[in-house]
Design a protein. Structure first.
Length: 150
């Protein structure tokens, strides 16, 4: 399931809802990404995430479908926020569930790595020195690259 939304979510509520009535699930992995107050040694006052509605959901659906092709997932959830967020606010939630933990761990790791590099979101960080767009990081590209042959 994919949701792109402006409002906050409750990770615990989302986890409970995902697992409800699914007693065959043996392993669940959750990743929660949060706005930090520092980036590259600079204070961050806020981060604004922008996206193209329709295009973003389609890209996330394709990424989720790839995870389901690679691993036997019983359930998955991706929630990604957009808009202006302040340090301490949650940006992204990824939950994967499978009969066995290894598939849940691998799929969650894959989803986060690919979301970071393939999802069409743009981040503008605001700090003491003004605002600047966040550039892609080579380390994120390297992390996503290891899944290419997968």
């Amino acid at each position: 399931m994919i949701r792109v939304q402006q409002h906050a979510f409750d990770a615990g509520d989302e986890l409970r809802a995902l697992k409800e009535g699914q007693s065959h699930i043996g392993g669940t992995v959750m990743f929660l990404g949060t706005v930090r107050d520092m980036s590259g040694g600079q204070d961050v006052k806020a981060m604004t995430l922008e996206h193209y509605p329709g295009m973003t959901e389609k890209a996330l659906e394709e990424i989720e479908a790839e995870a389901k092709r690679r691993w036997p997932l019983d359930a998955s959830l991706i929630i990604h926020r957009y808009g202006r967020l302040e340090p301490g606010e949650d940006i992204v939630l990824v939950i994967t569930a499978s009969a066995h933990r290894e598939a849940a761990f691998a799929a969650c790791h894959f989803l986060i790595d690919w979301l970071k590099t393939k999802a069409p979101f743009w981040k503008l960080e605001e700090g003491d020195d003004g605002a600047s767009w966040v550039a892609a990081k080579e380390s994120d590209d390297d992390a996503a690259q290891r899944w290419e042959k997968g």
